[in-house]
Design a protein around this ligand. Structure first.
Ligand code: 7TS
Length: 407
């Protein structure tokens, strides 16, 4: 499957430092197929205009394209209706919209926001800000020996004080899949709402919001073959209707008077200002591309390539995987340490070999502190990743060992 897809990704043909590019940084952002690049270019070439405003043909066509993309996103995640899909700047924008639109207006002193120690900063910092404003308190679930969220103390933690549970569907550092179903069930018992940070899970796992049972699912287009600058916030209709907008301006109102305004119906209530229209069109094209492959196949390929990577990395002496080694409970973001070589040095040497990986704290400092690792190198995969990319990584790691005198 993978080799014929690669031809759709022009960037994968380029050389880096004179070497074949092995792009293993898809957890940060994925590459874009020509179908997405063309969709964005065609939009600008043929119907660029502002949406929802003009009584002219281009404005109608742009609006149809923008709303068509929303319908594709809704269908992709099994939403009841496209009204439940709000376009945001990305996962970070979506989590801030919920924190400020829902959290700020509903939380009070004594309330709790339940997170896990494996969250990305985007699912930590907005809650810290809202906690400061409201007097609510943050509470964290920890991890078990397999890097999974430890649910053994959940019954004790999940009481009436917990109003919001926000959890990553998949860790961007360890690749561990989050216990969404279990947290949804526990949250239901105390009437808390559940938010899924789907930045890593929605691109990699089949997702159906109707069966998931969460109240919000948020994700970014750029991590699933689409453009940067756009993401989606899916929310249950009743909650979106009740939630206050976090931003005000044009496009989001039904009426504005001097001292008060009324909001437009959902989803427009949450989309102040000119939205990222071309990006939405590209997002729609990315979804078309993924649906053509099929998300079950995307997951199957990810399991296969991750297993191959874990097997090959096990051959590299001094290499320690920071994350689960069972592919059934993880995705394709593989963090590792190589002896005492600093991950930034590992990444630099790999770059000389044409291998793109990320090194650092991956915007998950609480997790790094919890695991007691200052930084990791991370290889992360997507639909175009091949065994050849992994082989190139392993060759580069052997070279790094030599250069740093690991014997
Ligand atoms: N949540 C998770 C789990 C993520 O992995 C990321 C981005 C975000 C939220 C934020 O997404 P954004 O699109 O709003 O930036 N993760 C990464 C990463 O692992 N390396 O670069 C960005």
């Amino acid at each position: 499957m993978t080799n014929h897809l690669r031809a759709d990704f022009p960037i994968l043909d380029r050389l880096v430092n004179g070497k074949r590019l092995a792009y293993l940084d898809s957890g940060a952002t994925t590459q874009k197929p020509i179908q997405v690049i063309d969709a964005v270019a065609d939009y600008y070439k043929t119907c660029n205009s502002n949406v929802h405003r003009g009584a002219h043909t281009l404005a109608d066509e742009a609006t149809t394209a923008y709303e068509g993309a929303r319908a594709k996103v809704a269908q992709f995640i099994g939403a009841d209706s496209s009204d439940e899909v709000v376009f945001t700047k990305g996962t970070t924008g979506a989590l801030n919209t919920i924190a400020y639109g829902w959290g700020l207006n509903r939380l009070q002193e004594g309330d709790r926001i339940l997170l896990t120690v494996m969250e990305h900063h985007a699912n930590v910092v907005p809650w810290q800000l809202v906690a400061k404003h409201t007097g609510a308190e943050l509470v964290y679930l920890e991890l078990d020996d397999n890097y999974r969220v430890d649910l053994s103390g959940l019954d004790k933690i999940m009481d009436e004080r917990v109003k919001i549970v926000s959890v990553s569907g998949m860790s961007n550092v360890t690749g561990a899949i989050g216990p969404v179903a279990e947290l949804v069930a526990a949250a239901r018992r105390v009437g808390a709402i559940v938010i899924v940070d789907g930045a890593q899970s929605v691109p990699h796992l089949p997702t159906n919001v109707a069966t998931l049972g969460a109240d919000f699912v948020v994700f970014s287009a750029h991590k699933m073959l689409g453009p940067t600058g756009i993401g989606a916030l899916w929310g249950r209709r009743e909650i979106l209707n009740e939630m206050e907008p976090a931003e005000g301006g044009g496009e989001m109102i039904a009426d504005v008077q001097l001292y008060e305004s009324r909001w437009a119906p959902i989803p427009h209530k949450f989309e102040a200002g000119t939205p990222p229209i071309a990006q939405a069109v590209g997002f729609g094209a990315a979804i078309d591309y993924l649906e053509k492959i099929g998300m079950t196949e995307v997951r199957r390929h990810e399991i296969e390539i991750t297993q191959y990577a874990l097997d090959r990395l096990a051959e590299v002496p001094d290499l320690r995987i920071v994350g689960p080694t069972d592919v059934a409970i993880r995705g394709g973001a593989v963090s590792f340490e190589l002896g005492d070589v600093h991950p930034h040095d590992v990444a630099t040497i790999l770059d000389q070999e044409g291998v793109a990986v990320r090194a650092g704290h991956h915007c998950a400092k609480p997790l790094m502190r919890y695991l007691n690792v200052p930084a990791t190198a991370r290889a992360s995969f997507y639909v175009y990743t091949t065994p050849e990319d992994i082989d190139q990584l392993v060759t580069g790691l052997h070279r790094a060992r030599e250069l740093f005198g690991l014997t």
